[in-house]
Design a protein around this ligand. Structure first.
Ligand SMILES: Cc1ncc(COP(=O)(O)O)c(C=O)c1O
Length: 360
């Protein structure tokens, strides 16, 4: 008999189930950059490979300096991580005691809940309005046990962004000992000038942390690199929890090269905009409602169970994400591809619409 006991918080967790990988399929399931990454990243990675026997710079100083210059903040305001996933866990490990509360939206990125539960915190979900996050709805739910509010904008998996005006009003009402984590993983894609940019509020709020990633528009998800921006005292606290070498040398060099190629970023954004318009028009023609998106993916409502629809599409060679685990059992999340990718997807969605005409 196995008598080993995990911590209580761990007993309630499940092992992460990685998404299925289908060798020949076109993957439009994880919001990766369909153009790949900047060609200069490959050169940087090859150079880094020559020094694989040397430990990385634990401070990632060169990378941090460049991120700081890019964002117009001081290096002391940056923490890098093995993906922003790692930073979410570090934040939870820095600020949460068992029994504390965190607030998250009812349809959002799963890592917030994971990080909170890992440290025994209680997760309180705040209902979205018309599938949009409204930060002001969080204020009345903050109580003396609430320690962190996680806000994602543009939100994964729905794609909407809340406004800067609402974020500012929300921040003004949040108690100063409640941490607000704004996840801007997709912010580069947003085109709405009123959409929130939490970086602009960091100087004003010591209880704000903003997360960014190199996994989306910079196209280097495989090397795992993300960063957080906050006032220096927050960064110093979170660094106490961090492993010294979590961002390896290959990731550091890849990040420096990726950041330097803003022309690639612009090309990626143009490709995304064109692909978004094409996919939105296609869904409208087929009678599949879509949610407004400021990101590199589109949430699409389908006339059948989302898992069945995703399987139907996968059998024809394209993987997309069923949003069942995000509590949206009739929605798919489709990453915006290139024109060639959409040429592959289009007939499959047409076939889906023909096989399952929308009720009514
Ligand atoms: C909202 C959001 N935040 C963070 C991440 C994770 O980013 P990273 O690859 O930097 O861990 C993702 C990835 O899908 C995401 O959708």
């Amino acid at each position: 008999m196995d008598v080993m006991k995990t911590r209580q918080a761990i007993a309630a967790l499940n092992t992460y189930v990685p998404g299925e990988r289908r060798a020949d399929a076109l993957k439009l399931a994880s919001n990766e950059n369909p153009l790949g990454c900047s060609p200069s990243v490959a050169t940087a990675v090859q150079d880094a490979v020559r020094e694989l026997h040397i430990y990385p710079d634990g401070g990632a100083r060169d990378l941090v300096a460049r991120i700081a210059a890019h964002r117009g903040v001081a290096p002391e305001q940056i923490i890098t991580g093995n993906g922003s996933d790692e930073i979410l866990v570090l934040i939870a490990g820095t600020y949460l005691e068992a029994g504390d509360r965190v607030l998250i939206a009812d349809h959002t990125f799963s890592e917030y809940e994971f990080a909170a539960r890992l440290y025994g915190a209680e997760v309180v979900t705040v209902p979205m309005q018309n599938l949009e996050i409204r930060p002001l709805d969080y204020l009345p739910r903050i109580d003396e046990r609430t320690r962190i509010v996680f806000l994602c904008s543009p939100n994964n998996p729905t794609g909407g962004a809340f406004s800067q005006a609402e974020l500012e009003e929300f921040m003004a009402g949040v108690p100063q000992d409640v941490l607000v984590v704004v996840d801007h993983a997709y912010i580069e894609y947003q085109t709405d000038p009123d959409a929130a940019d939490a970086d602009a509020l960091i100087d004003r709020y010591a209880n704000l942390i903003v997360l960014h990633t190199f996994s989306k528009v910079y196209g280097i998800a495989a090397v795992r690199l993300g960063y957080g921006i906050a006032q220096p005292q927050r960064i110093e606290e979170i660094k106490r929890v961090r492993q010294p070498f979590s961002v390896n040398s290959v990731a550091q060099q890849a990040g420096i090269a990726a950041l330097a190629d803003q022309e690639f970023v612009q090309r990626s954004l143009a490709t995304n905009l064109a692909g978004m318009q094409r996919l939105q028009a296609l869904c409208a023609r087929l009678g599949f409602p879509t949610l407004p998106s400021q990101a590199n993916f589109l949430a699409v409502e389908v006339p059948i169970d989302a898992r069945e629809a995703a399987e139907f599409i996968a059998r024809r060679g394209v993987t997309v994400r069923a949003l069942t685990s995000f509590n949206l059992p009739r929605h798919l999340r489709i990453t915006i591809g290139t024109d060639a990718h959409l040429d592959r997807l289009e007939p499959i969605l047409e076939e889906l619409a023909a096989a399952y005409p929308a009720a009514g």
